[in-house]
Design a protein around this ligand. Structure first.
Ligand SMILES: Nc1ncnc2c1ncn2[C@@H]1O[C@H](COP(=O)(O)OP(=O)(O)OP(=O)(O)O)[C@@H](O)[C@H]1O
Ligand SMILES: [Mg+2]
Length: 332
């Protein structure tokens, strides 16, 4: 990164830190300039309360981490907020506009995009075609604009933007390759680049670093910081606390579907309930695929959900306990 970019990153970080300086570290804390405000979001799967979030505000222009044990409801929360799933109850708004019952495609058009815990790059399509799919608001989707010949202009713009992003994410030499031939880490990069095709105001990243080898992790971290530098709001799920500490301005902790606590990274990570519920289990467990192989997803997500949910009950009560799972090195 050039010197100018580094200082811009610092400026964006300083602005976010300053904006959040007086926000109390408590669940549902009001933010000075929230881009996303959610109330009473609940989602049940049969007898399981997957999400039960009273209130959440995400500060504009900041990097917010959403952490919590496996099965805490993080991915479900992402699905609900971005229109990939419907809640049982709840209202939320993005940039002042209500998003209830708005489908995923329209949510993206309004400027909120997300990536998936398990990458959704279409393996039998080329990298470039995957990028094109990420473009929304295409004039070409409009029949009359098509008649007016605007479609070709739009096509050129989409291709140009895709090329620029592929270059930025160092995937330009791969643009004619099938996405299926990329390594796990490269597919994570492709997914992030594809999300940016929509020119979003906010990007939600579900475990962008999972299964990525350490060399590519640094580059991914750099890209996430750059998003803030570009004025974007970032909400990301991550299990590796060192990464959370490194890049986030604010941390929200979920457990058993609820928001347990929030705060600045250092505050949250010194919270005993969080340590008991989460850090003890995961802090030393950050593992990466050794070879960053094409099937580099290191986990399927949610597999230990029920066991982990039990841990949070204790943490919520602030009990310190021996966690029998601490010795089990789960692959994250
Ligand atoms: N479609 C579904 N049907 C039934 N149960 C589901 C479904 N999706 C999620 N769940 C359950 O809801 C709970 C929350 O799952 P979710 O995937 O949101 O957790 P998470 O916090 O993202 O976990 P992880 O860190 O493992 O990705 C889990 O108990 C999970 O098994
Ligand atoms: Mg998840």
């Amino acid at each position: 990164m050039c010197a100018e970019a580094v200082s811009a990153t610092t400026a964006a970080k300083e602005a976010a830190t300053k904006a959040l300086a007086d926000v109390p570290a408590e669940p549902g804390a009001a933010k000075p300039d929230p881009i996303l405000v959610a109330d009473n979001i609940t989602r049940r799967f049969g007898g399981l309360q997957a999400v039960n979030a009273d209130h959440l505000e995400v500060q504009r222009g900041a990097i917010t981490a959403l952490i919590g044990p496996n099965g805490a409801g993080k991915t479900t929360m992402f699905n609900l907020l971005t229109g990939f799933d419907r809640p049982n109850t709840g209202r939320w708004s993005f940039d002042g506009q209500p998003l209830n019952r708005v489908g995923a495609h329209r949510v993206a058009r309004k400027g909120m995009v997300r990536t998936f815990q398990l990458t959704k790059a279409l393996s039998k399509m080329t990298v470039m075609d995957n990028m094109r799919l990420g473009a929304v608001n295409q004039i070409g989707e409009n029949f009359f604009a098509g008649l007016l010949g605007l479609w070709h202009k739009q096509e050129r713009e989409v291709t140009q933007r895709a090329n620029e992003l592929l270059e930025r994410f160092k995937l330009d030499t791969k643009k004619d390759d099938f996405a299926g031939s990329l390594s796990g880490g490269q597919r994570k990069l492709l997914e992030m680049a594809r999300a940016l095709m929509a020119k979003p105001k906010m990007i939600m990243l579900d475990e962008p670093m999972a299964g990525v080898n350490p060399a590519l992790t640094q580059s991914l971290l750099g890209h996430v910081k750059e998003l803030r530098e570009d004025g974007m709001t970032v909400l990301f799920v991550e299990h590796d606390m060192d990464m959370v500490h490194d890049i986030s301005d604010w941390v929200v902790v979920m457990g058993q579907g609820a928001i347990l606590t929030e705060g600045r990274p250092a505050e949250v990570m010194s919270n005993q309930a969080v340590i008991d519920a989460y850090l003890g289990e995961h802090h030393d467990g950050a593992e990466h695929d050794a070879d960053d192989a094409p099937d580099g997803e290191s986990r399927t997500g949610g597999t230990n959900a029920e066991e982990d949910a039990i841990d949070v009950v204790d943490a919520d009560k602030g009990q310190s306990k021996d966690n029998p799972k601490n010795d089990e090195s789960e692959s994250q």
